[in-house]
Write a protein that binds this ligand. Sequence first.
Ligand code: 5AD
Ligand code: FES
Length: 365
Amino acid sequence: MNTISSILAQSSFSEADLEQLLTCEGDQMQLLFDTGKKIKEIYIGNKIYFRGLIEFSNICHKDCYYCGIRRSNRLVNRFNLTDQEILDAAHFADECNFGSIVLQSGEISSSSFTHRITNLISQIKHQTNGRLRITLSLGEQAESVYKQWYQAGAHRYLLRIETTNPELYSKIHPSDGAHDFYRRLDCLHALRAIGFQTGTGVMIGLPSQTIQDLAHDLLFFEQFGIDMVGMGPYLKHSQTPLYALRNELLPIEQRFNLTLKMIATLRILMKDINIAATTALQAIDPFGREKGIMAGANVIMPNITPGLYRNDYLLYEHKPCTDDEPAQCRGCLEARVVMAGSEIGYGDWGDSFHFVGRKKNLPDS
Ligand code: 5AD
Ligand code: FES
């Protein structure tokens, strides 16, 4: 068996190498994190990019077994921001010089919803003179809808595959035809073909998920040539079916470290992509996102949803910062990034270097 340092010195990695990196502990794990950070600095620099996250509605037509805002959860107070509230939040991001926003909500595919989004994209573009990069995280949609949104001015899309093991996927979603692994995969391919900077991700530490599953997830990102990745630990939520399996989970610290190991290993595998230090990391550790940065992540998504609604967008328990207002989030994150020894890429779109590298083959954006 190779040592961690000899694996880290290689230029390509087998599945067995990845599994070894994902299972290292103690000093070896620290070496992995330090290498993730060093590679980030060499290939894409020391800047952290902010994406203002607007969680504008928790109304969702899907019923994922792990998610707190699933359709069947009758205990959720459902909300939907007005267009003006969304435009105001976008204006706030622009004023803060974030360079980019993410519009996220539960999944809805009605034409009134999709048209509303098209209009919002155009209005945000117009209002900010094209200064903000608009990222969408609105789930599975028809290819024609994705095209419409792209043409309206959204150029990035996040759609997590959740797990690349189809069998595990079917265990954490209802088998009703509306939650199909292969359809999700088709959506990712469609997004990429349209020209979106395409982002995906997985949950880490799901019940019955193996190290081999996670190594396959990493290889999938590489083979797909993904531009952006957001991965976080799976966190239980008492109002979901997956809560019943809470005793089968890895201890929380192990799920946390495994997430950092996934970030560092992915950075070593895909040196020029954007990797987010996700909020779910901070739900476990008050310095979770900083630790993500120290392991190779380069993107943070400050929540700029008006404070009033934050307590109702609980995908998992103990979500941090739900009592803050957007301005507090900004100040707090700024201090955190500096503490983690990095700079903030203000006024910069922060496009994935990986995307920029393959852009010459894409339709004009
Ligand atoms: N724990 C961790 N992440 C979750 N998500 C949804 N529910 C949970 C949970 N209980 C993640 C999914 C989804 C993203 C928006 O939030 O990966 O794609
Ligand atoms: Fe809303 Fe999964 S529960 S997309």
